[in-house]
Design a protein around this ligand. Structure first.
Ligand SMILES: [Zn+2]
Ligand SMILES: [Zn+2]
Length: 418
């Protein structure tokens, strides 16, 4: 909205008509219409003042009266940036305006909103009672209508504000980012060291035969942009067990762990507790070594108060040690066994687990009623169940004597070179 009315040198104004919604003792005003005041409808317009011709406001105020809508009178302060305050002139002018609005449309709140170049401040008209302003992306009302009906405008704006870290853009990660982009997440940090191979095409959402050789993070970024052209996306073609990429994850608000490497899950597990950044770990196992194919998966929230992956015995120290080695260290170590066996992988199974993870994320962020924080997928029985995860009170990774909550005071368990 600021972009629609902002003028570098002169004050400008607009009048909003809003749906007033009561929630408990509070009101929420959702903007329905914006009427920008054209220069011709300004009686005074300088760098420090704007006076709107009452004739401009009349039909808008009339519509508000007929439909029971709140009025929000907006103007700009071109010389204010982040620190935005109402002036004495504003204080004075609002006394009459408040009486007028209350008389025309009684019983609902009306507000004043003033924009600086980088921030804004709002209050109930004619009072010192401040009002919180939340930005919902432009096309929200129509694009996200069906979602907002499920988890509200607050939930939607929470999604739009989050910086999401996604580690691993393969079988589950590519599905996760596709769903997040559709949900309205707009800020991504993508981490994966690998390029797409021909054998990945069967399950990497967003890839095409032309993607072979391209970094997985780039394929994912392109797919996100195709859904949300305005998304902010940072691609790191690197390994999260290295210090650089791991440190960058601490800037995120939420992390998805979509790798099958024990070392990277160990790093993210610790990061989640140490920095208090909620994360979701997921995994899929398809085993075709026996006479029948068995398949299963899990989704686990990692956050304060929840059992961590070590509490669950989900991590193998020996495998972590091997994965943490640099290629040279690996070559020099006689205990490292050769290349790992290639596992089968099926897109629909990955997607079941990825979808369960994204729904858990929605529950954690928007309050959607889905309280399970540990889900186990029994593929052969087609059953997805919430499981109670016992927390080990003496856990070295999430317990009271662990680095949990210590942020930068402790180093992350990243790969040591040399
Ligand atoms: Zn002012
Ligand atoms: Zn633990």
């Amino acid at each position: 909205m600021r972009d629609d009315i902002w003028h570098e040198g002169l004050e400008t104004a607009a009048i909003l008509l809003c749906d007033p919604k009561r929630s408990g003792d509070d009101w929420r005003l959702v903007v329905r219409e914006m009427h920008v005041v054209p220069p011709a409808a300004c009686l005074v317009r300088t760098a420090t003042a704007v006076v709107v011709d009452p004739a401009f406001g009349l039909p808008i105020e009339k519509k508000g009266r007929v439909e029971g809508l709140s009025l929000v009178y907006c103007h700009t302060h071109p010389h204010q940036t982040k620190h935005v305050v109402f002036s004495h002139i504003d204080d004075h002018a609002e006394i009459e305006l408040a009486k007028y609005a209350e008389a025309r449309i009684p019983g609902i709140p009306h507000c004043a909103l003033v924009f600086g170049s980088e921030a804004e401040t709002a209050r109930r008209l004619g009072t010192e009672e401040t009002v919180k302003v939340t930005d919902i992306p432009h096309e929200t009302a129509s694009t996200y209508d069906r979602q907002i009906r499920a988890f509200g405008e607050d939930g939607q704006s929470a999604l739009a504000r989050l910086r999401l870290g996604v580690v691993g853009l393969g079988g589950t990660g590519s599905v996760v980012v596709q769903q997040l982009a559709h949900l309205g997440v707009a800020d991504f940090l993508l981490i994966d060291p690998d390029a797409v191979e021909t054998t990945n095409l069967n399950r990497t959402v967003g890839s095409t035969p032309k993607s072979v050789g391209e970094p997985k993070v780039s394929v994912a970024a392109r797919m996100i942009r195709s859904v949300r052209p305005d998304a902010r996306i940072e691609e790191i073609e690197g390994d999260v067990v290295d210090e650089g990429p791991a440190k960058r994850l601490t800037e995120c608000d939420f992390v998805f762990c979509c790798t099958d490497s024990h070392a990277s899950r160990h790093v993210i597990n610790q990061l989640a507790y140490q920095y208090g950044i909620p994360a979701i770990d997921m995994g899929v196992v398809v085993d075709a070594s026996g006479s029948t194919v068995t398949f299963a998966g899990h989704v686990k929230a990692l956050e304060d108060g929840e059992a961590c992956l070590w509490c669950l015995n989900h991590l193998d120290p020996k495998q972590i040690r091997e994965e943490m080695m640099t290629p040279d260290q690996r070559k020099a170590d006689p205990y490292v066994v050769g290349a790992r066996v290639v596992q089968p992988s099926i897109i629909s199974i990955n997607s079941t687990v990825a979808s369960a993870a994204v729904t858990m994320f929605l529950s954690m962020v928007t309050g959607l009623d889905a309280p399970a924080r540990f889900l186990v997928y029994d593929g052969n029985r087609q059953r997805l169940s919430g499981v109670v995860a016992e927390r080990n009170p003496t856990c070295n990774f999430c317990g009271p004597d662990s680095p949990a909550g210590r942020k930068d005071l402790e180093p992350l368990p990243v790969r040591r070179h040399g």
